[in-house]
Design a protein around this ligand. Structure first.
Ligand SMILES: [Zn+2]
Length: 264
């Protein structure tokens, strides 16, 4: 566990080749767990810090969205509330019943579904810190970010990712770009994306540029008559030449390109 600032922790795991981040924030009267990652065992370091540093606090577990690599550790918290955006329980149930996507089998402990939901935003007011949960659709219908007003730290879930975001909400492009423009209004100094290293605010622009460039490049190719299986949008074209992609991310980029093809 990395202590980003006092009482603000980041916990990273490798989820099938993707560096995946969760968070733990201890305020005066509460302890916020931001995502439970891919299985209950991933939460062991978080539980250790909770025991050591957050005794007596009320625990609030947050699911930034329903995807398996962010919620399959929910079973590590058998009691207490799990907070999410309003669409999360339905999307999570569908994922658990394999009605959507390509998620792995859930852990034997099961996956608790959220017990408290909200629509657009909710805030926890505490001495010295206000913790905002803000709906940020685009990556998924139920995506949310967690913003710490006092510390100016933004936990972005998969609303922001490095080196690029993954497309998962059908016809979500315009929604996502709107979301990113709203996020830029937040006076955040530090961003913790759901995947990738801790960064500054330039990540928001970088993600918007990638999303826009992929859709524009794919639309142009489709107009020229290029078939879906012939698509070849080189990462350098949409990311700049200084970003090196490993095999996992090259594959994720290819999936984004094909995803966009079906929408343009
Ligand atoms: Zn993710």
């Amino acid at each position: 566990m990395e202590e980003l600032k006092r009482d603000i922790f980041v916990h990273r795991i490798d989820a099938m080749g993707f560096l995946t981040a969760g968070g733990l924030v201890v305020t005066h009267s509460r302890a916020f767990v931001i995502d439970t990652l891919a299985c209950p065992q991933d939460m062991a370091p978080v539980l250790a810090v909770l025991a050591e540093r957050a005794a007596g606090r009320r625990r609030v577990v947050i699911n930034t969205h329903h995807h398996w690599d962010h919620v399959y550790g929910n079973g590590a918290f058998p009691t207490g509330d799990i907070v999410a955006q309003r669409s999360c329980p339905r999307l999570l149930e569908a994922q658990l019943h394999r009605l959507s996507g390509s998620a792995p089998a859930p852990p034997p402990e099961g996956v608790r579904t959220p017990t408290i939901t909200f629509g657009d935003r909710v805030a926890y007011l505490d001495r010295h810190e206000t913790v905002h949960l803000i709906a940020t659709p685009g990556h998924s219908e139920d995506s949310l970010i967690v913003y710490l007003d006092g510390a100016r730290v933004l936990f972005a879930g998969d609303t922001l990712e490095w080196p690029f975001p993954t497309f998962a909400q059908r016809d979500g492009r315009d929604t996502w770009v709107r979301t990113l423009r709203q996020l830029k209004q937040l006076p955040a100094d530090i961003i913790v994306p759901g995947h990738g290293p801790t960064m500054g605010k330039q990540l928001i622009d970088a993600n918007e540029r990638y999303i826009t460039a992929v859709y524009e490049t794919v639309a142009a190719a489709k107009r020229r008559g290029v078939e879906r299986h012939e698509l070849d949008v080189r990462p350098e074209e949409v990311l700049g030449s200084d970003v090196e992609l490993d095999a996992v991310y090259r594959e994720a980029h290819r999936a984004n390109v094909e995803w966009a093809y079906d929408e343009v």
